[in-house]
Structure formats: structure tokens, C-alpha cells
Write a protein that binds this ligand. Structure first.
Ligand code: G6P
Length: 762
């Protein structure tokens, strides 16, 4: 860098000197010309005015008069002398000292006589530069002699020397200033950022920091370059950790799932076919924020799991375009390539009218099916209108999907969740060659409970269009089979967990959804969870020794109120924790257009305030209610800093917060308190399991978790981590897709429509 600066400075000096020298040379030359022309003009005026007097005396030969005139004029400023010569160039009259100054006769004296015209020149005499002007004298047009005017021109040389000196000084000052300014600019906006970028890249290469910790504002002009480098560094880090993971797996002879393994697995399963995913939520939405548009990624396990698969096989994801800037980012076919930073698969956006969104999403899906499937004692609402929009929206999504699949033979389709119960049948009807799976992310209730729904038969028939129906846990599969058995004419094959209906077979199977299990970066490993806890609480003006965290969408199924009541009871029963124990509840507002959800948010806020009012002191309060969406990174900090994570859902398909907390605890510390009514409770047996309706028991569990023997705490967390690491999100996607691709589609079923169309043709 130093060598570079020296070269830069020398080149600058050379360039500025050259330019300044040429511009000064030009200026000086112009000035010299102007001074000389001025002197010549003045000499001519003097000669012409003298000539009038001299002519007459010269003709009559009055030498005395001529001498008198010569002496009188020669006293003028800068005049070196005056002489009058005859035509033979012999002096008739001359001012004193002129001959000594001139030493030799200038050539212009002879030339003026020979040419009979005015001549002038500059000569260099011993005393300095002289200007000589020679004017022929006439009488009656006859040449009678010449007048010589000699000026001292040395002042012009002095003036020119002064100009050169000033120019030199100017060049030196200019060079110094420009070099100084350039060096400062280079250091400030190029050399500094380059040095920082180099340091950062070195740390990144050595795995000492993460790309997330780069502050682009520090890199100034290099920002665009830094962004590109961040992408490369991220790929490098990902490739390095994938390679490390693979090596570790080989070493341990394990067969855990990774994003890379999943990609390879899915490519080999799909062969020449293609994968299509359909969900209500899109993996990327474009949202106006002030004058800019932000790309939002939902904090969803589904995106984590399916993104690598879609990237690996150039698949297509069909979803509701819900961002207000979404229409601005699609092509004429409502498609765009994602991920935005490195496009690898297609996102097809489906547009819904306001009425359709209200009826299908808010109404039927979230006020009907959601409370129906979650036993949380919120009454489901079934409205004819909502049902109509639900059917209409399912049809709309199926049309979009069919369009996307037009060119693909034997497509593989993964339908997601309770928003699309009717879709599998709609797809299969048009494309019997498609392999269709639907994964139901939420619980499936008992047959009696599901029977409340006026359209249960249509929903079940729609679902049974799928070849594979996935649930989170085995008991949801049982409930589903029982519901089908009671509601529809079909043959249930309990031995293979399948339903045969109208010659089509649907297999029912559990696939426990999970989370990614990233290895900690060196920077994360170096963090001190305790220091971070102090910093996190300080943001809310709270000091506490013990920290618990809860992370939920604000939903009545999550048991957030019950959690607050348990905290209150624990503080009543164990006053030693007053002033020392705080629960940070991260509450992401959700589905707030629905009154039940809107009211719940206000209720929870009021409940936390009530409890805080009872116990709080100037520096402490028992509940910090964080009512906003938090980024994954922000939530991870709380996970790592907490003593406890509280998951108290009244009913939950799986609950990924429980698994995220375990995945985040690299330090093998922390206790998970988990509701026994979550799907996760079937796997995470080392959590402290609670019945959230039993406030007394949950309060005791919180205290027991805080006072758990450290060895037991570590042992439990180690076992939990082993399980989540093995049964991670890639395992979920790999098993689901593997199962679907491995299924044998009924040949007669596949060929039926072709036969039918032939019959029509006849
Ligand atoms: C549950 C559902 C998902 C849904 C998520 C968020 O986990 O199973 O399908 O995406 O809640 O709800 P939202 O209505 O905001 O998509």
C-alpha cells in the first residue's frame, strides 16, 4: 500500500508540474510579446514625432541644431540614446555614451537604408538588452539620412524573470496542495476502506467473524464491491461448513441430513421430473417502505427447508402475492426468479381480490379450520360465503399450478397446509401423472370435532386426491383415518395406513417438521451469553439475574396468557425471584384483521401490565412484552442468553420455537419448558413437560427449571440437541420427498383420462 501511495504521489507531481509548466510558458510568452510590441509602438511614435523636426535641419546641414535636439530627447525615461546618420551611415549627431553602449552597429541600421523603410530589432549589448528602431529621413521624397532611437529593454527581461519566479512558486504550492488533498482523499475513502475490507476478509477467511457483522458504511466507495464479496464469502463459508459437516459425519459414520445432502437426494429422486411447491405464504415478498421497496423473507421453517430443494432442482413455488409491491416485480406471466441475490428457482405469484383474501384466508382458513383443528376452546366460525371463497381460491391456485406444470411430465407437487385442502383432488383430476403430497402443518382433531365442519366431506375428498398425506405426529394420522372412516365411503387400510377411495390410494404418514441445526460460527462461540443478557435487558431499563424467553405469533393457541399467569404465580410462591426473574415475551402480531386476534393482542398487553404493576420496582419488572416482528438474529440472541425458554401452547401441530431454542444453545445450557400439547413434546422428552392449563404446576416447573442441578441441565440439553440435530428440517424434507417419489402410481389411474379423451374423440 505504501509503495502504491508513493507511485501515486510521484505521478501526481509529474503530471501537475507538466501541466503547470506549459500553461506558465504560454502566459510568459504572451506577456513578453505584449511588452515588446508596446516598446516598439512607443519608439515608433517618438521617432515619427522627432523626424518632423529633424528633416529640415538635416537638409540645411544644421548639425548644431540636430545635436541640440538629440541631447534634449535622449533624457527621456528608458531611452538609451538617439542618433542621426547620413545615407552613408555616418553619424551626424548622437547622444553621448550611445556608441559605448552599442559597441557594434546593429544590422537594422543598414537594412533601413537599403530597404528605405522602418526597421527595428532587439539586441543584446554588454549593459543589457536594447531596442533599436531605425526610421529613414526624407526631403522631397529623397532619402537624406536616418534617425536611430535606442531604448533600454532590460526591464522586459526583468519582468519576464519575475513572471517565471511567480509561476514556479505557484506550481510548487499547487503541487503540494493537490498532492496533500489527494493523499487525504485516497487514505480516507480508498486506502482506509481497503485496509478494513482486507482485515475483514482475512478474518472471514480464518472463520473469525460472520458476514452479518460487516458494516458496509465503513467501506465507503467499496460498498458495491463489498456486497459482492459478502456473497462470495457467504458461499465460501457455507461450502466450508458443509464440507466440515460432511467430513465430521463420515468420521462419526452418521447419516445426518444437510442442505447439500438433501439437494443431492432430491435430484436423484426426481430424475428428469420437476418439483412444485404450493403454499399460501410466499418465500419472498416485496413491500413498500417509504420510497424504497424491501424484500421480506418470512421467519418460516418451511422456507428454510424447501429453499435448498427448489434451488437444487430449479423448481417452482406457487404462492399468494401478498406484498403491496409484489405486482411490480413479476413478468407478464406473474413469475420472478428468486432468491433475489442469486436466482435459482421460479416464484409464481397468485393474486387474490380483497374479498377472496377475506373469505378464503381470514374467514374459512383462519376463523374456521384453524380453531377447528386446534383444541383451544375458540369456537370455529363457518360461513357460506367464506366456504365459497375458499373453493374459489383453491381453484385459482390450482389453475396457476396447472399452467406451471404444462411442460413437465410426471411432476412432483408438495401442497402445504390447511389453506389448500381441496387442491390435491383438483390437481389429480387434471394431471393424474402428477405425484401429489399435502402436508398438514397443524393438528388434526378427533373425528367428532372435525365433524362440526359442515363441509367435512368435501374437505376430506379434496385431501384424498393426494397420493401422500403428511401430518406432524402419528396421533394426527389416527385422527384423520378415523374421520375419513366415519364420514366417507372408503376402504381404510390400517395395516399400511392408507385410504382407498374410487380406485385411488392415499398413504397417511407422520413427518415431524423441524429446524435447521447450524454449527456455531467462531464469533458466536466467543460470545458471553451472560454479558449479552445484561445488554439485552438494559435496552428495556431492566436488571435481572434470571431470564426466560417466549417467542410466539400472537395467537390464542399459544397459551401466552397462561404463561403470564404461571410467572405471576411463581413470583407469589417464591418471593426470592421478585426483583431477579424476568420473562421477555417476543410477540409478533398476526392475522390482526380478525377481531379475536386483534383483541388478544390488547388483552395480553393489559395482562402483562397488570402483573408488572403488582411487582415492578424502579429497575426491574417481571414481564417485558415486545410487541413486534423480530429478526431471526435478534431472537437467537435471546435464546442464547436465556436460562429458560417457555413454550406453553394450548395445542400446536409441532412448535418450532422449542426446536429453535435447542438448536441455538451451543453452550448446552438452558432449560426448555414445553407444553405436552405440542407435537414437539412427542420428541423432546428431555424438556420439562407441562400442562399449560395447570397454572400451579407450570409455576412450579419454572422454579424447578431455574434451580435444576447444572449437570442434569447439561445432560438434558445434550440429549435434546442430539435429537434436533438428527431430526432436522432437511430430514423432514428428504423423507417427505423420498416417500412421495418412491410411491408407485396406479397405472390404470394414470391412463384413465387418456382413454376417456379417446372415447370422446370417437
Ligand atoms: C402456522 C401455519 C402456517 C402459517 C403460519 C403463520 O404455522 O401452519 O401455514 O404460515 O402459521 O401464519 P400466517 O397466517 O401468518 O401465514
Amino acid at each position: 500500500m505504501r509503495l502504491l501511495s508513493l507511485r501515486l504521489v510521484l505521478s501526481l507531481i509529474f503530471a501537475i508540474t507538466l501541466v503547470s509548466f506549459f500553461s506558465s510558458y504560454y502566459q510568459v510568452r504572451q506577456e513578453k510579446r505584449a511588452l515588446r510590441a508596446d516598446l516598439d509602438r512607443r519608439a515608433t511614435v517618438l521617432a515619427e514625432s522627432l523626424a518632423g523636426n529633424v528633416d529640415a535641419y538635416l537638409e540645411i546641414g544644421s548639425i548644431k541644431k540636430l545635436r541640440g535636439i538629440v541631447e534634449r530627447f535622449s533624457n527621456r525615461e528608458r531611452l538609451a540614446g538617439v542618433a542621426i546618420l547620413n545615407t552613408k551611415l555616418e553619424p551626424i549627431a548622437e547622444s553621448s555614451g550611445l556608441v559605448e553602449r552599442m559597441q557594434t552597429q546593429p544590422s537594422s541600421v543598414a537594412e533601413a537604408i537599403a530597404e528605405n523603410q522602418k526597421e527595428s530589432e532587439f539586441i543584446l549589448a554588454a549593459t543589457g538588452r536594447l531596442h533599436v528602431l531605425v526610421l529613414p529621413l526624407h526631403c522631397n521624397d529623397e532619402l537624406i539620412g536616418e534617425l536611430v532611437i535606442v531604448h533600454d529593454a532590460s526591464y522586459i527581461d526583468a519582468q519576464i524573470a519575475r513572471l517565471w519566479r511567480d509561476a514556479f512558486l505557484r506550481v510548487v504550492i499547487q503541487v503540494l496542495l493537490i498532492v496533500l488533498i489527494t493523499v487525504v482523499i485516497v487514505r480516507w475513502s480508498i486506502a482506509g476502506p481497503i485496509a478494513k475490507a482486507a482485515q475483514w476478509m482475512q478474518a472471514l477467511r480464518n472463520g473469525k467473524i460472520s458476514t452479518a457483522s460487516v458494516r458496509f458504511s465503513d467501506l465507503d466507495l467499496l460498498r458495491p464491491l463489498a456486497r459482492e464479496m459478502t456473497g462470495i464469502a457467504e458461499s465460501l463459508t457455507a461450502a466450508r461448513s458443509a464440507a466440515e459437516r460432511e467430513a465430521r459425519l463420515r468420521e462419526a459414520a452418521e447419516s445426518s441430513w444437510t442442505a447439500d445432502r438433501l439437494s443431492v437426494h432430491v435430484r436423484s429422486k426426481l430424475g428428469s421430473s420437476r418439483l412444485f411447491v404450493i403454499s399460501n405464504r410466499e418465500p419472498y415478498s416485496h413491500v413498500h417502505q417509504g420510497k424504497t421497496v424491501q424484500v421480506m423473507v418470512p421467519a418460516s421453517g418451511l422456507v428454510t427447508a424447501l429453499q435448498p430443494v427448489l434451488c437444487a432442482c430449479n423448481g417452482t413455488w406457487v404462492a399468494h402475492g401478498s406484498g403491496d409491491a409484489d405486482p411490480e416485480f413479476v413478468d407478464g406471466d406473474d413469475r420472478l426468479r428468486v432468491p433475489p441475490e442469486e436466482p435459482k428457482y421460479t416464484l409464481r405469484r397468485v393474486w387474490l381480490t380483497r374479498d377472496q383474501e377475506q373469505g378464503y384466508y381470514y374467514g374459512f382458513a383462519n376463523e374456521g379450520l384453524w380453531p377447528l383443528c386446534h383444541v383451544a376452546h375458540t369456537r370455529p366460525l363457518f360461513r357460506d360465503n367464506d366456504w365459497m371463497y375458499y373453493q374459489e381460491a383453491n381453484h385459482k391456485f390450482s389453475q396457476a399450478l396447472l399452467e406451471e406444470m404444462e411442460e413437465t411430465e410426471d411432476p412432483v407437487v408438495l401442497v402445504q397446509d390447511y389453506h389448500f385442502a381441496l387442491l390435491p383432488r383438483m390437481i389429480k383430476k387434471e394431471r393424474p401423472d402428477a405425484r401429489v403430497a399435502i402436508f398438514w402443518h397443524i393438528p388434526w382433531p378427533s373425528a367428532e370435532t372435525f365433524g362440526i365442519c359442515p363441509w367435512q366431506c368435501q374437505l376430506l375428498d379434496g385431501l384424498l386426491g393426494a397420493d401422500l398425506i403428511g401430518f406432524q405426529i402419528q396421533s394426527h394420522c389416527f385422527n384423520f383415518l378415523e374421520t375419513v372412516d366415519r364420514a366417507l365411503e372408503s376402504r381404510t387400510d390400517l395395516e399400511h395406513f392408507a385410504v382407498n377411495r374410487h380406485g385411488h390410494r392415499s398413504v397417511i404418514k407422520p413427518f415431524a417438521i423441524s429446524v435447521d441445526f447450524p454449527e456455531p460460527s467462531c464469533a458466536t462461540k466467543d460470545e458471553s451469553p451472560y454479558e449479552d443478557r445484561v445488554a439485552l435487558l438494559r435496552e428495556y431499563g431492566v436488571e435481572a439475574l434470571f431470564l426466560a424467553v417466549g417467542v410466539d405469533r400472537v395467537d390464542y393457541t399459544k397459551g401466552i396468557r397462561e404463561r403470564f399467569l404461571a410467572v405471576e404465580r411463581m413470583l407469589e410462591k417464591s418471593p426470592t425471584y421478585q426483583g431477579t426473574f424476568t420473562l421477555v415475551q417476543i410477540a409478533a402480531p398476526s392475522r390482526t384483521h380478525i377481531k379475536r386476534y386483534h383483541d388478544l393482542l390488547a388483552d395480553l398487553e393489559a395482562e402483562s401490565e397488570r402483573i408488572n404493576w403488582r411487582f415492578q420496582t424502579s429497575k426491574w419488572k417481571p414481564i417485558i412484552f415486545v410487541k413486534r416482528h423480530c429478526s431471526h438474529e435478534e431472537i437467537s440472541r435471546y435464546y442464547r442468553a436465556a436460562d429458560l425458554c417457555l413454550v406453553t401452547s394450548l395445542h400446536d401441530g409441532m412448535n418450532l420455537v422449542a426446536k429453535e431454542f435447542v438448536a441455538a444453545r451451543y453452550d448446552e445450557q438452558g432449560v426448555l419448558i414445553l407444553s405436552r400439547f405440542t407435537g414437539a413434546a412427542r420428541e423432546l422428552l428431555d424438556a420439562v413437560l407441562v400442562n399449560p392449563y395447570d397454572i400451579e404446576h407450570t409455576a412450579d416447573a419454572i422454579r424447578a427449571a431455574l434451580e435444576m442441578d447444572p449437570e442434569e441441565r447439561t445432560a438434558r440439553m445434550q440429549r435434546l440437541r442430539k435429537l434436533v440435530k438428527e431430526q432436522n428440517i432437511y430430514h423432514w424434507a428428504g423423507s417427505l420427498i423420498g416417500e412421495l417419489c418412491g410411491m408407485r402410481l396406479d397405472i390404470s389411474e394414470r391412463e384413465a383420462p387418456k382413454a376417456a379423451s379417446l372415447a370422446v374423440a370417437k
